[in-house]
Design a protein around this ligand. Structure first.
Ligand SMILES: Nc1ncnc2c1ncn2[C@@H]1O[C@H](COP(=O)(O)OP(=O)(O)OP(=O)(O)O)[C@@H](O)[C@H]1O
Ligand SMILES: O=P(O)(O)OC[C@H]1O[C@](O)(CO)[C@@H](O)[C@@H]1O
Length: 595
């Protein structure tokens, strides 16, 4: 039997933008028409955006009697959504209401009291146990009003702080983009504060789905700063990372070209540049940033250590800075949060914005940090060289050491990218060296089977084996990070002496690309990411948000409260994740444990 199809002819783009979506859908299809259907399925075709129509459809379904009407929802524009998505057996607790999400006034007014603004979405859909045979998948999520969502907040995270939460009188000016000429209207599509991005997008059929969400970045219709009053500074901290210069340049260009800001400074050599007498704060200009996106490193200089909170905030106050852009990793974001808190405590109306930077990719929540793809690409070149050496020598062993003291992200993805690796050792795994199931026997077996092998070892892997580890745990860098003994050299020596003690000739080639993977210019995808992050940072600061870090979540740019980022700490490779399992499938490495 042909499936009846209902086309939503009324929705136009204008309708959607003016929130006319629900209405136009309702006028297309009424619950009544569904009640009298004898077809087992109905297909609705929405010409435009599917998401809101789904919610309306769900309402319609639930109003029909009997409430079980499988539906297919198709969308003509987006090929992904053209896949029929049947809705089945949606049983919701009555009364089901869909109300548009909006920020409850008391939440905004009391944000300084740390009212959780973290939002949850819940799917009150249930699939009866015996319906598995239907093979239909519940699809629609119901948005609950924010007030209800906040009750369900498990983590007590706070929302993105805004200057108006701390100051009675903050500026509110129409965005300069409103009056911009066409040539300056870049990035003009305003994003409302109510627009959010879901974090947990994988759902399991039959389980209630819950997801966090973050405020979407982008230009706001009203800004908190008059462009002539803005005095901005940019600082880069921690280790180098491909793309830093692009972020610096794009923050400068977004401030200048999108918002017409003139006073933009670069702070030299990391946090200490705010106060050290021998360092300068340089005014940024078109000439200064010209072509820097093609260069590795940091044009401003980047250092570890030197975090002196009160000196830094004194400097912010005495220079009259009201926007501070802080580019750096986990440690830097911790410092940035303290600067934000101190500015608010001293009643300094400053937007403090973090841009996450680390090739280790160990910052929580975000998809990945900029420069990581470039670092993985460079690391993969080293693995390729090790493979060539190993396959060209007699009993060749290619051993590559890669950066990553706490997290094996670079090693994991470079291994996956290269496809030539037999063993990938990261800080997160515990492995034995000797014994019948240890690493050395495994290498011997590989040489017997293939005549060569390639091993990747991350900087912080296998520490327990290195005698010096205990002593070196007390050695720290200027930022307090533990300095690692060189696991690559140690492992090379162990492998060589073990084979030699068994009278077996091996040819081990040790490659350590070391700083090469982070000192190169960013590849195209990283450069694009840097540009978008910089623009997000500027839009957020101009709108008056503060104490937030920019990042991508499910490929969308969002503003994340700094407090939430730092409360989660550095992330590590999850050994039960599908990504790690993919690496195991690629390397075929055994657990390397004797018991
Ligand atoms: N807990 C902290 N509180 C305040 N400042 C910190 C903290 N941890 C680190 N910092 C400061 O942040 C800056 C950078 O820190 P760190 O050297 O650890 O690099 P990072 O930001 O973690 O980046 P990377 O990933 O390159 O290591 C330094 O100036 C350091 O003093
Ligand atoms: O020698 P540096 O500058 O301290 O940097 C080394 C560390 O920096 C990183 O590249 C980033 O934190 C780590 O992978 C590495 O351990």
């Amino acid at each position: 039997m042909a499936i009846p199809s209902y086309n939503c002819r009324n929705c136009s783009k204008a309708d959607l933008l003016n929130s006319g979506t629900d209405q136009s859908f309702r006028s297309c299809i009424e619950p009544r028409s569904l009640q009298h259907l004898d077809s087992p399925e109905v297909r609705l075709v929405n010409k435009n955006r599917p998401s809101s129509s789904h919610t309306v459809l769900l309402e319609i379904i639930l109003q029909t009697k009997p409430p079980r009407i499988p539906l297919q929802v198709a969308n003509r524009r987006n090929p992904v959504d053209t896949m029929p998505v049947p809705l089945v057996d949606l049983i919701a607790p009555p009364p089901l209401r869909h109300r548009p999400m909006s920020v409850a006034p008391h939440v905004l007014a009391n944000a300084s009291k740390a009212v959780p603004l973290c939002l949850f979405m819940s799917l009150p859909a249930r699939v009866p146990a015996n319906s598995a045979t239907d093979q239909l998948h519940p699809y629609t999520r119901i948005l609950y009003p924010r007030e209800e969502l906040t009750k369900n907040c498990e983590t007590g995270q706070i929302g993105v702080p805004h200057l108006r939460h701390y100051f009675e009188h903050t500026g509110r000016f129409p965005s300069p983009l409103l009056t911009a000429t066409e040539t300056h209207s870049l990035g003009r599509s305003f994003v409302p504060d109510e627009e959010t991005v879901l974090v947990d997008i994988v759902a399991r059929w039959g389980d209630p789905s819950v997801s966090r969400e973050y405020m979407r970045s982008g230009p706001r219709e009203f800004v908190a700063f008059h462009p002539q009053s803005v005095k901005a500074a940019i600082v880069t901290c921690g280790g180098l990372c491909p793309g830093i210069n692009t972020v610096v340049r794009e923050i400068y260009l977004a401030l200048k070209n999108i918002y017409g800001i003139r006073e933009i400074y670069g702070v030299q050599m990391g946090y200490r540049g705010f106060y050290a007498p021998d360092l300068n704060t340089v005014p940024l200009s078109d000439e200064f940033v010209k072509g820097i996106q093609h260069r590795g490193g940091s044009i401003l200089g980047s250092t570890r250590g030197g975090f002196e909170l009160s000196l830094i905030v004194d400097s912010i106050a005495s220079r009259g800075l009201n926007q501070v852009y802080i580019i750096g990793g986990d440690g830097t974001q911790r410092g940035a949060y303290k600067i934000f808190e101190e500015c608010m405590r001293r009643r300094l109306m400053v937007s403090v914005v973090g841009i996450p930077k680390t090739i280790d990719n160990d910052i929580a929540i975000i998809d990945h940090s900029f420069g990581f793809v470039t670092a993985v690409q460079e690391a993969q070149r080293a693995i390729r060289a090790a493979y060539v050496e190993a396959t060209s020598g007699f009993n060749g062993i290619g051993l590559v050491r890669l950066m990553g003291r706490n997290s094996g992200n670079i090693s994991m993805l470079a291994t996956l990218a290269a496809g030539d690796v037999d063993v990938c050792l990261i800080p997160e795994i515990d492995f034995d060296l000797d014994g019948p199931h240890g690493l050395l026997i495994h290498l011997e077996n590989l040489l017997k089977q293939k005549g060569y092998c390639v091993v990747v070892v991350a900087e912080g892997a296998g520490l327990k084996h290195i005698q010096k580890a205990q002593e070196s745990e007390h050695e720290v860098d200027a930022s307090g990070n533990v300095r690692m003994p060189n696991v690559g050299l140690w492992l090379a020596e162990k492998i060589n002496s073990w084979f030699s003690s068994r009278g077996k000739e091996v040819n081990l080639k040790y490659i350590d690309p070391s700083y090469e993977i982070r000192s190169v210019p960013a590849v195209a995808t990283d450069n694009i990411m840097c540009t978008l992050l910089a623009q997000s940072a500027v839009h957020g600061a101009m709108a008056g948000f503060t104490g937030f870090t920019c990042g991508t979540v499910n490929t969308h740019h969002v503003m994340i409260p700094m407090k939430e980022i730092i409360s989660k700490g550095r992330t590590r490779v999850d050994l039960s994740s599908r990504m790690w399992h993919r690496v195991l499938a690629s390397t075929l490495q055994p657990p390397l444990k004797n018991k």
